[in-house]
Design a protein around this ligand. Structure first.
Ligand SMILES: C[S@@+](CC[C@H](N)C(=O)[O-])C[C@H]1O[C@@H](n2cnc3c(N)ncnc32)[C@H](O)[C@@H]1O
Length: 349
């Protein structure tokens, strides 16, 4: 797809997925590309053949957002909702273009990175599933997350989930910096106490949420007019300061292969929206290792596989963001509920 068309496609997707700001902005960038704007063309030079899935438009928008969040573009910050500004395309465009001109070298460098996000809303699905695991086993929890990004959701037990109906019900510390109003609907997960004794993540491109760089990267790829997503993320970054959860640079298969069960605890392998990035061999390898862990599990050392992934319930059906749980030593796989791409709300079945 040629560059202007790719930006228009992304603009439509952003508008549909809740960012009117990027809907307008990316159309404006597409116009600039089509008009041969020298500033825009200079920044995008060399990317004319980038494949669609590499999301050039989101990389560019995220790079400019990063400059804004770092406080290096005060005139543009005035127009970005993520820095307290008010978006209006006609007023913002000259400042946006000026940031491309002034920060061309930095933005060219940033464009090499793939967008990297960690969706805190998905904790609503994972945590609800974990409550089922704890209700069934009564054991302290060891968590391993594959494709964990910054590992924010490894602190899911420190977030607050409010049930939409009945209103007022929910789970988690009411004073948590992460509050997910209307996170759950349908049949509520069991209301049990959870003791997480180990939290470990792996990712091929991990981010460290305890560093300024890591925090900036995570925020820069959130669309600036999505106030709820940003608030959740910023809350989770605050929790991450107090609750350690290392994320190691490691691929999913080797991490699951190295996983051992421990008596007196339940070992939980969980993941969200990462399965599609694995090769067919890696997926098959992870499934084999999970089956082997299941065979080794016992009442004293149980094991659970919990996931939120876009999957089909049966072949031929549309994909849904399903919350799936399988527990060993016994237990069939169950669909616990379904969510939306960014997690909330989750409807429990
Ligand atoms: C869309 S992100 C989701 C991150 C996080 N699970 C969430 O829901 O916010 C997918 C993540 O999978 C990671 N990833 C991709 N391939 C991987 C692999 N083979 N092993 C481990 N992590 C992988 C990426 O680096 C990225 O952090």
């Amino acid at each position: 797809m040629e560059v202007a068309a790719a930006f228009r496609w992304q603009a439509e997707a952003c508008a549909r997925l809740g960012s009117p700001m990027y809907g307008e902005l990316l159309h404006r960038v597409a116009d600039a590309v089509a008009e041969g704007d020298p500033v825009v063309r200079a920044v995008l030079a060399g990317h004319e053949q980038d494949p669609g899935p590499s999301a050039l438009a989101l990389r560019l928008a995220g790079s400019v957002h990063r400059v804004v969040l770092r406080g290096r573009a005060p005139a543009l910050a005035h127009h970005y909702p993520s820095t307290g500004g008010r978006w209006e395309l006609a007023a913002a465009w000259p400042a946006w273009r000026e940031v491309l001109r002034q920060h061309q070298a930095e933005i060219t460098e940033l464009l090499r990175q793939p967008p990297q996000t960690n969706e805190v809303g998905r904790a609503a699905a994972l945590m609800g599933g974990l409550l089922h695991v704890v209700a069934a086993t009564g054991r302290p929890v060891r968590l391993l997350e594959i494709g964990a990004s910054a590992g924010l959701n490894l602190r899911a037990d420190r977030f607050r989930y409010d049930h939409a109906d009945p209103a007022g019900a929910g789970w988690g510390p009411p004073d948590s910096p992460v509050r997910l109003p209307g996170a759950w609907a349908g049949s509520p997960p069991p209301d049990v106490d959870v003791d997480v004794v180990e939290r470990t993540g792996v990712d091929i491109a991990p981010l460290d949420p305890t560093t300024e760089e890591g925090r900036l990267t995570l925020q820069s790829y959130v669309w600036p007019d999505q106030a709820e997503r940003l608030a959740r993320l910023r809350g989770a970054l605050a929790v991450a300061r107090d609750v350690p959860a290392p994320v190691h640079r490691r691929d999913a298969l080797s991490a699951v292969r190295a996983l051992a069960l421990r008596e007196g605890t339940v070992t939980v392998l969980w993941h969200s929206v990462m399965w599609q990035y694995l090769s067919a061999e890696e997926r098959a390898g992870v499934e084999t290792e999970i089956a082997a862990l299941g065979d080794r599990a016992s009442a004293a050392a149980p094991f659970a596989h919990l996931r939120l992934e876009p999957l089909q319930r049966t072949p031929g059906e549309d994909r849904e963001f399903l919350v799936l749980l399988r527990q060993w030593p016994e237990g069939e796989q169950r669909v616990l509920g379904r969510a939306v791409p960014h997690g909330v709300p989750v409807r429990w079945e």
